[in-house]
Design a protein around this ligand. Structure first.
Ligand code: HEM
Length: 510
């Protein structure tokens, strides 16, 4: 009897499970499957290797979707995923499916309900406050910080000039962290001078642990994770990051209180200090309603979100651009020519007026983000049946992956040379997007990146500062299609840590 029960219960359970989800199976059956799908296990076998092979599988899923008209589907465990590379369908998804996928819950341990991965009702309220904080008028005042931090980075890089190939990651990631921390919370954490900075160490370590959790199913349940040795480290790093940010917020509150008390009536009337020397933290306090606005916990969530969203993303974009310039010296020479036209031989720091003159450099950065988008995929939850413009229906309960990688390399939108590195695609006379979503390194729709202007200014400032001093060499590519090995490490990063060789430039007049 007991043996019969053991056999019957799972069968009945499976049938009930299947019956409740019959709608999902019926709609999924109408959509082509990812070509490497296997019966029962779906696409899980493609995602078990290291982070490089996982990224390779995700790229292959995108090409599979491209071959089958822009949409393909596959099961990962009990969750049905759709992979999209069609810009029209993607625009619809990015407008209507605003809830983030459950995989993001691990990052919430650090940033709580900070805008980027927050549930929609919380995100809506926070986004309203965040958008004015990133207005161009405010962001352009940060160029001075970018410029100072870039000079520091360039000086640091001198230590590896002329010494062959070196990973650029330690230089560029500490540059972005220093800039983001200074502009967000007003603290110079000096990660560039101090690679052992506790904040830097905690952030890198915890992001690494989170990445492990995302790809290893047995590390996912909280109760089970707490039994693993790395749990202690995970909690310690989060504690350190929270403690540090809380301290800064407390001090800022006190500072603002004192400032308010000492202000004269004239100061109150003309709040001249607002846009000068202001950090995102000041603005978040002010725009959320001052003392009656965000709580200290909400401020911590928002500032840590900005720190995490703004650091590695920009560093990754810088790293790929440097590698591509090393691969294509002719393009690098054009960048240098433009820099010479703007700065001549002078060592003067970059000022915000210079940025708009660096048009060729901007095209190079944009093309680099087309071929190597730092965020290669966006995953959203489908909460209700969603009919796409192509006629396909995404069933409630599934997940949808918008492949930025795929859409940026689709010959339908970028031509037969889609895989080639050609910055002049972004020349105003040539750049004619067939659809706004066919180029979207910063996403599209209501949940797109608020920091895109900030990121472009920071990347242009830092790259121009270092490329005035150095040539990146020794990695010429054989053909027009650049090959860089990539892995999925929260973002899409280069396996080799962005190795290039630096050669100090001589002054042109000399
Ligand atoms: C090259 C650099 C960057 C890239 C490629 C990038 C990319 C992205 C992408 C793809 C998203 C949207 C995800 C989605 O639609 O679900 C996003 C969101 C976001 N990014 Fe960026 N980002 C960059 C730099 C920055 C910087 C510098 C900041 C801030 C200092 C920032 C802050 C944010 C925030 C707050 C969100 C969430 C927006 C929301 O959900 O309302 N990003 N970013």
């Amino acid at each position: 009897m007991f043996v019969w029960l053991l056999l019957i219960v799972p069968v009945v359970w499976t049938m009930c499970f299947w019956y409740r989800r019959r709608h999902l199976y019926r709609l999924a059956a109408k959509i082509p499957v990812i070509e490497t799908t296997l019966p029962v296990i779906g696409i899980a076998h493609n995602l078990v290797g290291d982070t490089e092979s996982i990224m390779a599988s995700l790229q292959e899923f995108s090409y599979s979707s491209m071959r089958q008209g822009g949409i393909a589907t596959g099961w990962l465990g009990h969750i049905l995923y759709f992979i999209l590379v069609d810009p029209v369908d993607m625009e619809h998804v990015l407008k209507t499916c605003l809830e983030k996928d459950d995989l993001h819950r691990f990052i919430r341990k650090i940033i709580g309900y900070g805008g980027i991965f927050a549930p929609v009702p919380i995100w809506r309220r926070r986004r309203k406050i965040l958008v004015p904080v990133f207005s161009p008028k405010i962001v352009e005042n940060f160029v001075q910080v970018f410029s100072e931090q870039s000079q520091k980075m360039t000086k640091k890089m001198l230590e590896c000039a002329g010494k062959g190939k070196t990973s650029m990651w330690p230089y560029i990631s500490t540059y972005t962290l220093d800039s983001v921390c200074e502009t967000t919370i007003g603290v110079k954490i000096n990660a560039q001078d101090n690679p052992d900075s506790p904040f830097l160490h905690a952030m890198c370590r915890v992001l690494n642990l989170i990445c492990q959790r995302i790809f290893h199913l047995w590390l996912q349940p909280d109760w089970l994770y707490s039994l693993f040795p790395q749990f202690k480290d995970h909690q310690k790093c989060i504690g350190l990051m929270h403690g540090f940010t809380d301290e800064v917020i407390k001090k800022k509150r006190e500072e603002l209180k004192k400032e308010k008390e000492s202000k004269t009536e004239v100061d109150h009337e003309f709040d001249l200090g607002l846009y000068r020397n202001t950090t995102f933290l000041d603005l978040l306090i002010k725009l959320s309603g001052g003392e009656k606005g965000y709580t200290n916990e909400e401020l911590r969530e928002e500032t840590l979100t900005l720190t995490i969203a703004g650091t590695d993303t920009s560093a990754v974009a810088m790293g790929y651009t440097l590698q591509l310039l090393a691969k294509y010296p002719e393009i690098q020479e054009k960048v240098h020519q433009e820099l010479y036209e703007v700065f001549g031989d002078s060592d003067r720091p970059l000022v915000k007026e210079d940025l708009m003159k660096l048009k060729y450099l901007e095209r190079v950065i944009k093309e680099s983000m087309r071929l190597f988008p730092p965020v290669p995929l966006i995953i959203r939850k489908v909460l209700e049946d969603t009919k796409l413009p192509s006629g396909h229906v995404l069933p409630a309960g599934s997940g949808v992956v918008c492949s930025i990688w795929g859409i940026h390399r689709d010959p339908k939108y970028w031509g037969p040379d889609a895989e080639q590195f050609d910055p002049d695609r972004f020349l105003p006379e040539r750049f004619n997007l067939k659809h706004p979503c066919s180029y979207m390194p910063f996403s599209n729709g209501p949940r797109n990146c608020v920091g895109y202007q900030y990121a472009l200014m920071s990347i242009k400032t830092s790259l121009s500062t270092m490329l005035r001093q150095f040539k990146v060499v020794e990695d010429r590519e054989d053909g027009p299609v650049p090959r860089i090995r990539v892995k999925l490490d929260i973002m899409m990063k280069a396996v080799d840590g962005y190795q290039v060789a630096l050669e100090k430039r001589k002054k042109v007049s000399a």
